[in-house]
Design a protein around this ligand. Sequence first.
Ligand code: GCO
Length: 395
Amino acid sequence: MSPQNILTFPPDFYWGTATAAHQIEGGNTNSDWWRYEHQPDTLCQESSGDACDSWHRYEEDLDIVASLGLNSFRFSLEWARIEPAPGEFSVAALDHYRRVIEACHRRGILPVVTLHHFTLPTWVADAGSFEAPDIAKWMGRYADRVVGALGDGIGIACTINEPNIVAMMGYLYGVFPPNGRGWDRFCTVNETMRRAHGEMKDALRAGPGSFPIGLCLSMTEYQAVNGGEERLATWVEQMEDGYLRAARDDDFLGVQCYSRNLIGPTGPVEEQGVEVTDMGYAYWPQVVEYTVRRAAALAGVPLIVTENGISTQHDERRRDYIEEALVGLHRAISDGVDVRGYFQWSLLDNFEWVLGYSQKFGIVDVDRHSFTRTIKPSGHWYGDVARKGILAPRA
Ligand code: GCO
């Protein structure tokens, strides 16, 4: 291997892996998703049930993160547990997350804490979810309690995970709760999300603690097909550009990307004749380089790739995907794009929303009966890259 083939990442780069509370903790019974999973007309293939039992097994999870040599871990707090009824905050739940944060610090792992990752307390759902008139205020109040209890331990804070996906799946396509359908509803929820983010950011800024604050945006590489140019422009404005402009006042932007998307005259269309992942997405690790360049140009703030990964039963292909993603990411960084870290999605095979446990995004396998964790070869390989901060691509 000649030295020019060896890619060195910045020394203080965040090497991590990402998770979300509802997808790994288990027993999140007070949330809108749990309720939806159990409705007779649900689109969910199965219930989240015990998930990976990470509510009890987080020390074991963090031992794995540390053993792999990763310096950062992204996880989310469950609002439904922290505020089970309006204005009623659970000290025990906050204490639990304090223990998780402390367990990170004990291992020298930076806790990257997401406050909202898809799920809502049922009382918020009953009041209208993201269409409840007071939702932004409630999220600000929630963030205020969180920072009061946990702020001095937070490494990086993500306010809302993929607000654009929540808006699209929950208010345009009717797939996520509250199963709404309508272009105007989708656009209004996108605006509401930005207001809620602002309220949360203000609350978090007040401290205690001092840490970068941003939101995590789902991005992709769009291409118009069959005369879809006009549709593409309105679509990209809703899905990305409105958020990228809003992020200009933030400390960073989390970029999350998995594949590319074609837009026809009526909206997204499926790509034919290409390799697809188990999610049905085109295999396209190049999306990381594309989206960080786009985000840098439009938002102009430091970036962190807070999610990127692949659902596949073929772990070798996962390694290929991460490797190709990192090669592109390195090229962007070398060109001056300010990217501070990369978080592979996901540490564990976990609950993939309506698709349940069928999707395998993890670098760690989880036995569905014993919860035994087994690190996959891709996990060992990724940990090695992270530990050294060096990638020696095979191709
Ligand atoms: C999202 C979420 C994750 C998903 C992941 C894989 O992007 O939908 O942040 O919860 O599990 O993206 O689809």
